[in-house]
Design a protein around this ligand. Sequence first.
Ligand SMILES: *Cc1c(COP(=O)(O)O)cnc(C)c1O
Length: 294
Amino acid sequence: MNELNIPAPVEEVNHPLIDKHGVHLSILRLDLIHPTIGGNKWYKLKYNLEEAKQQGHDTILTFGGAYSNHILSTAVAGNMFGFKTIGIIRGEEYQPLNPVLQLAVEKGMVLKYVPREQYRDKNNVAFVDSLHSTFGNFFLIPEGGSNELGVKGCEEILQFPTQPFDVVCLACGTGATLAGIIRSLKPGQAAIGFPVLKNGEFITNEVKKYISENGNNWSLQTQYHFGGYARQTIELNEFISSFYKATSILLDTVYTGKLLFGIMDMIKQDRFAAGTRLLAIHTGNKISMPSMIN
Ligand SMILES: *Cc1c(COP(=O)(O)O)cnc(C)c1O
C-alpha cells in the first residue's frame, strides 16, 4: 500500500494581512496527493486496510453521510487494493446520486441507506449483527475512519514539512486526525483544532481517548463553525473566494474554509506572537472543492 505514500508539498502563503502581523503561514497540501483519496482520509484508512488484509478479509464496510469524503475514499482505496466495499449511508436515497456517491458506486461500492434514527445506533451490537446477516463477513471501519488505526496513520502526516514550525492548525470533524497530530508533535510545538460542528467542545474527550498524557500542547478554537456541520454563510463563501484570489489555493466550505477563516481571524486579532511559524493542514480533496475556476 505504498502507492499513496506521496510526499505532500508545503507552500508558503503570501498575504498582506499575514505580513502586517509579522507571522508566517505555510499550508501542508494533503489535498494534492490524490484527487479523491487525498486529504487526511488516506492516513486514516491506511492501517485499517492493512489490518483487514492481515485478518484475511476481502470486504470493507463503513458508514457516512451522503457527502462523506470518507465514504468516497474508502470506495476508491478499497477498489485500488482489491477489497469489495459496502457503504452504510445516513438518510434516504436521492436520485440522481450526488457526485460523491456516484463515484463511490462506479468504484464498486454497494450502498445501503438507513434512516437517521437507526444510523445513530450504528455502533450497537444488534445493528452490526443485522449487517452481518445481510452482508456476511466484513471488516468494519467506523464513521470517518476514526479509530486507533486511523489515529496511528495520522501520526505520519507531519513527516512531510521539512521547514520547522511552531503551531499546526487543522479542521476537526471527529478529532481523530488531531489526536494523531498531537501524538507526533515535537517538544516546543503546539496544535490547534478548529471544530466544524457546533458545540465542538466534545472533541476534547474524543482526543483524550487516544493520547496517553494530556499535555498543554494543544487546544481547540470552537467559535468558527458558521452555524454547524456543512453550514455556510455569505461571509464564509466570500472569504474562500478572496483567499483563492490572493493565494490560488482552493478551500472547501465544510472544513478547510472554516479553518483558514479562523486562522486569519486569529492573526488579525494578534493572537499569535510576532515571528510565530504557523502550519495549516489542507485536509481536503479535489471533489469537495467549489468550482471557482471554469
Ligand atoms: C474528514 C475530514 C476532516 C476531519 O477529520 P477528523 O479526523 O474526523 O477530525 C477534516 N477535513 C476534511 C477535508 C475531511 O474530509
